[in-house]
Write a new protein. Structure first.
Length: 366
């Protein structure tokens, strides 16, 4: 079935779940189609998120796991579905641990291989060889999850049901099973659905209200703990090590595929209180992690400052962003001028013999 047919079927037959129509880099979900912009004043925390996202084409969802309170930046786009990328590895990891395909204390292979006529390899071209699940989550190794995808091939429908239960939608049948379950190529999900899934993962085994929005699928608390440990290592030594906050230790997962960048995080690591999901178009996962860091830092101030103080904080967020952009632009211009001047000087001072040598073939005789 083609992607176009898959998108049209829910409309023709009124399927309650799934997709309604394609639009730009994302896919319009029924939740997005039914979205009506709220009226009235924008909540302060959302206003801060909007300021932080200025200059980016993206969305963010912040959830207080203790109260269930949620702030969404991006409007209807936060309800549209985008390629899940490597955030899908969280589900593959849970399924693999829960079904005995992954030994929490062992390793699996990360090496290039051929499958279905395609040459499949990790982003690390030679592969990571033997790698454990926590390290694989931290650095977003593709190979280990390709291996799990191969092992789960005969049971893939169970993993598919798990994914759909937490809000993921299969929207591309052209990818192979290893790619589908290895780095999420072919699965689509909205930032809001990611927030629900992340809340359930962060609060599994607790009584916090933030994880009750989806069916209780993360029932294997041991598997969840291994995943949490891998997500924590992502902020210590992995793909988001630049985004950790000293007084608010985070656990997270990056995702990058094509022109889509994701970051899913909860904090504090030991006792989760808040989750943050950031999706950026035309940027990478590590850049989404930087945005999430700024949002959580603003959240800390939101909880500690008076409304009047936080209103000033919101204004300063935009000011720093604009100033940083101007400085960055200034450095780029200065760098271009410096390179141009350097090339001009080098060309002027280049000896004639050296110019001739460029076009001369030297034959060495011993």
């Amino acid at each position: 079935m083609s992607l176009k047919s898959f998108l049209i079927l829910p409309i023709l037959f009124g399927i309650p779940a799934g997709l309604a129509m394609a639009e730009g880099p994302g896919i319009m979900t029924q939740e997005a189609a039914a979205y009506l912009p709220p009226r009235g004043e924008t909540p302060a925390m959302q206003a801060a998120m909007d300021r932080i996202l200025r200059g980016h084409n993206g969305e963010a969802v912040l959830t207080d796991l203790r109260t269930g309170e949620r702030w969404i930046s991006g409007g209807v786009k936060a309800r549209m579905a985008y390629n899940a990328a490597s955030t899908f590895k969280l589900l593959t990891a849970y399924y693999g641990l829960n079904h005995g395909l992954i030994d929490p204390d062992g390793t699996l292979q990360c090496k290039p291989f051929r499958y279905g006529g395609k040459y499949i390899r990790c982003w690390h071209s030679g592969g990571h060889n033997e790698i454990d699940i926590r390290r694989a989550l931290a650095i977003s190794c593709n190979g280990l999850f390709y291996t799990v995808g191969l092992l789960a091939d005969s049971e893939a429908t169970q993993l598919e049901r798990l994914a759909q239960a937490v809000g993921y939608v299969p929207a591309d049948t052209r990818t192979t099973k290893p790619e589908l379950f290895g780095h999420g190529d072919g699965w689509y999900v909205s930032p809001l659905a990611q927030a629900r899934m992340l809340g359930a993962l962060a609060t599994a085994g607790t009584n916090l209200p933030g994880g009750v929005e989806i069916p209780p699928v993360f029932t294997d608390v041991g598997a969840v703990q291994v995943i949490r440990e891998g997500m924590r290592r992502c902020l210590i030594e992995g793909s988001a090590k630049h985004a950790d906050i000293a007084d608010l230790p985070m656990a997270g997962k990056t995702g990058t595929l094509g022109k889509q960048g994701w970051f899913l995080t909860f904090a504090p690591y030991e006792k989760p209180e808040v989750t943050c999901v950031v999706h950026l178009d035309h940027e990478w996962g590590h850049q989404a992690a930087s945005v999430a860091k700024r949002i959580l830092q603003a959240y800390q101030k939101y909880r500690s400052q008076s409304p009047e103080q936080f209103a000033k904080t919101i204004q300063s967020l935009e000011g720093r962003r604009v100033l940083a952009s101007r400085r960055s632009h200034g450095r780029k211009v200065a760098s271009r001028k410096s390179r141009a001047a350097g090339k001009s000087r080098t060309k002027a001072k280049q000896p004639i013999a050296q110019k001739v040598a460029k076009n001369t073939v030297v034959i060495r005789v011993d």
